[in-house]
Design a protein around this ligand. Structure first.
Ligand SMILES: [Zn+2]
Length: 65
């Protein structure tokens, strides 16, 4: 289901990845600058992690008032 959203990017030929640490764009799995693992940037609404983050924030708000 989620894979469908990636086909658009694959059609463009190159799939840019981004370092989460220094925001450097690269095609490699690791950042050429700092050596950190890179990720493929996707819109947050397609990211399941964002949904969990939302719940986490709600939980945090409840816990800490
Ligand atoms: Zn980096």
């Amino acid at each position: 289901m989620v894979r469908g959203s990636f086909t658009g990017s694959e059609k463009m030929g190159t799939l840019m990845r981004k370092c989460e640490k220094c925001s450097e764009y690269t095609l490699k799995d690791v950042c050429k600058k700092c050596g950190a693992k890179t990720v493929v940037p996707v819109p947050s609404r397609f990211s399941p992690e964002d949904r969990y983050g939302k719940y986490r924030r709600m939980l945090k708000r409840c816990t800490y008032g």
